[in-house]
Design a binder for this molecule. Structure first.
Ligand code: BGC
Length: 258
């Protein structure tokens, strides 16, 4: 029996979600997309330098004694393990090989690093709000910034950055991230006008079949999704806190179809 399978032949993976405030990890049942046992969370170190975050990720992994391959999310563009952007995190990440740095803290354990929204999108499409959809699914996470994922029949088009799309002369995430709503003390009505503009800009370019709205504010989806005026259906994410962990585990296990 290895770390990735149990006596019952259950298919297991391990994911860590690195966010602005917490680093959360857990063992994932890849047949169901459910966590096996509890997740474990540590505070994100400040400043969130690559070395400090890598140590924290390693602590989370060791908490579970996990020795198999693992997936880790990162809130920016990651190409072949190398970080390309750092919009809302320590700029020291740019150009680093995140997979190698984290793997190094774990004695060479195999690490797959992917964009945070991409991980959430993979998980939602397979196990969550997109599981009944066979067309093109776009997941958007509304938080400090806006993250995006495009998935078609389980295949991810990695590193889309719709949060940085210019919409009416302004970056989408500066217009409609949930942090903008908070900062400007906007009502859901006011904020949903900006979200509508962003959704319309995206749907005019790639014509998805479904939008999934993620991020913390999707817990209050009933207060704002009905106010949106774009044409593509929008549904709230279902896996919420766990989507990043589950998607990271999928990517590491190679169970995200390529
Ligand atoms: C980054 C994305 C990330 C999103 C959510 C954006 O600013 O560019 O890569 O997915 O924030 O963390």
């Amino acid at each position: 029996m290895t770390d990735t399978e149990t006596a019952a032949g259950q298919n297991r993976g391990f994911g860590v979600d690195v966010g602005g405030s917490g680093v959360k990890g857990g063992i994932v049942d890849l047949d169901t997309g459910q966590l096996i046992g509890d997740r474990f969370k540590l505070l994100t170190p400040q400043p969130s330098t690559p070395e400090a975050v890598a140590k924290t990720v390693a602590e989370v992994v060791r908490h579970f004694d996990w020795t198999g391959p693992l997936g880790v999310t990162y809130p920016g563009v990651v190409v072949n393990g190398v970080v390309q952007t750092a919009a809302n995190v320590d700029k020291g990440w740019i150009g680093t090989n995140a997979a190698e740095i984290i793997g190094g803290e774990l004695g060479g354990q195999q690490v797959t690093v992917l964009n945070d929204a991409d991980a959430a999108g993979l998980a939602e499409e397979r196990y969550g709000a997109g599981r009944a959809e066979s067309g093109v699914v776009v997941l958007l996470t509304f938080g400090t910034g806006i993250g995006s994922a495009v998935i078609h029949k389980g295949v991810l088009l990695p590193n889309t950055e719709f949060g940085h799309l210019e919409v009416g002369g302004k970056e989408a995430e500066h217009r409609a991230a949930s942090s903008v709503k908070e900062r400007k003390d906007w009502s859901y009505e006011r904020w949903s006008e900006e979200v509508t503009k962003v959704l319309v800009a995206i749907e005019n370019l790639i014509w998805p079949d479904l939008f999934i709205a993620g991020g913390g504010i999707s817990r209050k989806a009933d207060k704002w999704i009905p106010l949106l005026k774009n044409r593509t259906p929008v549904v709230a994410a279902e896996l919420l806190n766990e989507a990043g962990i589950v998607g990271a585990a999928m990517a590491a296990a190679g169970s995200a179809r390529r």
